[in-house]
Ligand binder design. Structure first.
Ligand SMILES: [Ca+2]
Ligand SMILES: [Ca+2]
Ligand SMILES: [Ca+2]
Ligand SMILES: [Ca+2]
Length: 294
């Protein structure tokens, strides 16, 4: 064997070790990191393969990222949208059998900075609202305080995921007009200091507080509540309220037609401290849905 050939054989045996090279000769497609939406998350790991979402946030923990989840606040693993095919999942669709709806506002409060652009404080000068990464805390011990959206719809459905921090609570999900918060309508969840839900009230600017909705079975409340107010198009704008807490659900509708406000939706808290984790607002969809704020 010539000296040159001997050197080549030795190198073939040892060069990979000398240069710490890995034997990576493969063009197999399975070894290539495909990233269709170019968000730096490989499709094999991406919870939205066709929507750029580097943050991968998944508010409801159902494996679908918020950016592509057809119900971002409700775990719906099957993503079923059988009723009307409007891309709003059956589990959260204000009108699951039609007409079509749009998601016009979704905020999981991942960034404090845009908060001031999307939400107004109530009252405007309150210091009881604190925006942090991932949540909004409303400290309303001794006062009433809250947040309201910019105008997003003249009719719609608001869904709120919250965590109660204090033992007593009055939390409202509301749709209001441009004027005072007494306009429009509210669904009010009351909880007494013993830690039991007392009732779910409805309130509108014309009739004031109405009787409690369907009686709620008293039971200890978990840390989390899910509140929802819906204006039902199919029954002449009679709003509905719904609350899910622990293992129980309370729901009911207003007794009469309520004047539809101009389109701000919000949350008011009284005598309690509440952490808002995410809010979604839907509206009926004549035409193209706007870009969602999130
Ligand atoms: Ca993605
Ligand atoms: Ca999800
Ligand atoms: Ca979902
Ligand atoms: Ca739907």
């Amino acid at each position: 064997m010539s000296p040159r050939l001997l050197a080549a054989v030795v190198c073939l045996a040892a060069c990979n070790q000398v240069f710490a090279l890995e034997p990576t000769i493969s063009t197999d497609a399975q070894t290539v990191d495909i990233d269709l939406d170019n968000d730096s998350i490989a499709d094999a790991l991406d919870n939205c393969i066709d929507a750029a979402n580097t943050s991968q946030t998944d508010e409801d923990g159902d494996g679908r990222g918020d950016a592509c989840d057809n119900c971002p606040l409700i775990a719906n693993f099957d993503q079923a949208d059988i009723g009307d095919g409007d891309q709003i999942g059956d589990a959260c669709d204000p009108h699951p059998l039609g007409p079509a709806d749009c998601l016009v506002l979704f905020d999981s409060f991942t960034a404090p900075d845009p908060f001031a652009q999307r939400w107004q404080l109530e009252p405007p000068t309150t210091t009881r609202v604190t925006a942090t990464e991932g949540s909004i805390t409303i400290d309303a011990i001794g006062v009433t305080a809250g947040i309201f959206s910019q105008e997003v719809s003249s009719d719609g459905d608001m869904q709120v995921k919250a965590r109660v921090l204090a033992s007593s609570i009055s939390i409202s999900v509301a749709a209001i007009g441009r004027g005072a918060v007494s306009t429009g309508y509210r669904c009010i969840l009351n909880r007494v200091a013993s830690g039991y839900i007392s009732n779910l009230q409805i309130f509108d600017g014309v009739n004031g507080a109405q009787s409690a909705l369907n009686p709620l079975v008293p039971e200890p409340v978990g840390d989390h509540v899910f509140l929802r107010v819906t204006s039902q198009l199919d029954v002449a704008h009679v709003p509905m309220c719904r609350v899910d807490y622990g293992g129980a659900v309370g729901a009911g509708s207003f007794g009469s037609t309520v004047q539809i406000p101009t389109g701000r939706f919000g949350v008011l808290v009284g005598q309690s401290s509440v952490e808002l984790q995410a809010i979604a607002v839907y509206r009926p969809s004549p035409g193209t849905c706007p870009t969602t704020m999130n």
